[in-house]
Write a protein that binds this ligand. Structure first.
Ligand SMILES: Cc1ncc(COP(=O)(O)O)c(C=O)c1O
Length: 430
């Protein structure tokens, strides 16, 4: 039976995650929420980032981490916060929940982060903060952004959700500005199923940390159990994915029966989530702590596969997006490819899917992801053409540790076959 190659999240899920989650669901059930691993994980993250003088707070999710960061800097109603126009709804949600207005800045084609030529035009007297995003794993133009923000009195937050491990100028992402946020969500560089960290580099804000911490509570037991169940059910499902559809059925049933929780819940889709005070529970911290020790291996596997694609990919229809830009130490978290048109992208996606290669497409289709977010809610004004264009034509090749050499050969053969089948259909490549 041909294996289905999946590019999707759970990119680090392994037998260890399965057994760790199982132990918390059984013999360690009494310690799924209470402290021990959180403090260890927080210390480990600061050590690993070489930011021992900074402070860190761990949260259950992104909205809580960013929302409390905005509280720390005294964001008021109708203040403006400049964010990347190719972005995740969680970021928008946190801005809106804080009372501020999200201002979308255009991206640069080269690194999918701020276009520094256009950034300044988005700064007004109401701008209080800027959230810089290192998209997928590429560095934003830190030096230029520093020059721009130094002219204004702005708080700068680095969103390193995709770029744990990546470096710029020999310093880890997250070292450059007032604040940094990191994610250990299940679809990120390392996974604790859910998890967010706010790193505070600017000492001016240290005095308010205890006030923030006082408002934080542990998430309900049921929510933590669902997170642990996720690792169990997805591990089984991945192992049985091609066994008469058993894996797919397990995912389907567990979603429908609410045995696991989705990355974004219904309230968040509406930018209307008010559960903003959750700390990271102990069990998820323990799983993320295991993963952070493995980060070197994940990076190595992703880099090897990305280098293989760089050396071997040839297509009339798409090109690797970051190929010529590998000049820093990076984590190679995703392998984005950009198509000549939306039609080819959709056609190629369907062709690969038919051949049991499922490409990652969550960040395809719409520049504020996921695609069903309404612009009325996100306050996006259709004014960032590059972001819209890239989002409509992008897809991602598999580059996680589950992809074997044999899988890579199959992927390359399929790409070659696609070229061959469409050689006469020149209109696709126009
Ligand atoms: C750049 C960025 N920031 C924030 C988030 C929110 O992360 P989480 O899913 O862990 O809440 C995401 C999610 O994909 C993201 O891509």
């Amino acid at each position: 039976m041909k294996k289905t190659i999946i590019t999707d999240f759970f990119t680090t899920l392994s037998r260890k995650h399965f057994f760790k989650s199982l132990s918390f669901l059984t013999i360690r059930i009494l310690s799924i929420r209470t402290w021990k691993y959180n403090l260890k994980l927080e210390k480990k993250i600061l050590d690993y980032l070489n930011l021992r003088e900074s402070k860190i707070i761990s949260f259950y999710n992104a909205r809580s981490a960013l929302y409390h960061c905005f509280k720390l800097i005294w964001i008021k109603k109708d203040d403006e916060i400049v964010i990347n126009s190719y972005n995740c709804i969680s970021v928008v949600n946190s801005v809106i929940q804080s009372g501020a207005i999200p201002i979308y800045a255009e991206i640069d084609k080269k690194n999918l982060s701020f276009d520094t030529e256009l950034l300044e035009s988005k700064i007004t007297e109401n701008t209080k903060a800027i959230v810089i995003q290192h998209t997928f794993w590429k560095s934003a133009q830190i030096k230029k952004i520093k020059e721009i923000v130094s002219k204004y009195n702005l708080v700068v937050i680095e969103d390193c959700s995709h770029s744990l491990w990546s470096k710029y100028d020999d310093l880890k992402h997250g070292s450059f500005f007032d604040f940094a946020i990191y994610s250990t969500g299940r679809d990120k560089v390392i996974s604790g199923v859910n998890g967010w960290f706010l790193v505070i580099n600017n000492t001016e804000y240290f005095k308010n940390i205890s006030k923030i911490k006082k408002n934080l509570i542990l998430p309900p037991k049921k929510l933590v159990l669902k997170n642990l169940a996720y690792n169990i059910l997805w591990s089984i499902s991945l192992k049985t994915y091609d066994f008469f559809g058993l894996g797919k059925a397990i995912i389907h049933i567990s979603r429908k029966s609410w045995l696991i929780n989705e990355i974004l819940d219904e309230n968040e889709k509406e930018c209307n989530n008010s559960d903003l005070n959750y700390l990271l529970p102990n069990s998820l911290a323990a799983i993320a702590l295991y993963d952070i020790h493995r980060i070197f291996f994940y990076q190595r596997d992703r880099e090897e596969i990305s280098n293989f694609y760089d050396a071997n990919l040839e297509s009339t229809y798409f090109k690797p997006l970051f190929k010529e830009l590998v000049i820093e130490t990076l984590n190679y978290f995703r392998y984005p490819i950009l198509f000549k048109s939306v039609e080819i992208k959709n056609d190629f996606y369907n062709y690969m899917r038919k051949n049991k290669v499922i490409l990652w497409h969550t960040w395809s289709d719409s520049n504020i992801v996921p695609k069903w977010t309404s612009n009325e809610i996100t306050m996006y004004k259709w004014d960032c053409e590059v972001a819209e264009d890239i989002a409509s034509k992008i897809l991602f090749l598999p580059n996680n540790k589950n992809v074997t050499k044999k899988d890579l050969k199959r992927i390359m053969d399929l790409i070659e076959e696609y070229e061959f089948l469409n050689i006469e259909n020149s209109s696709l490549a126009e």
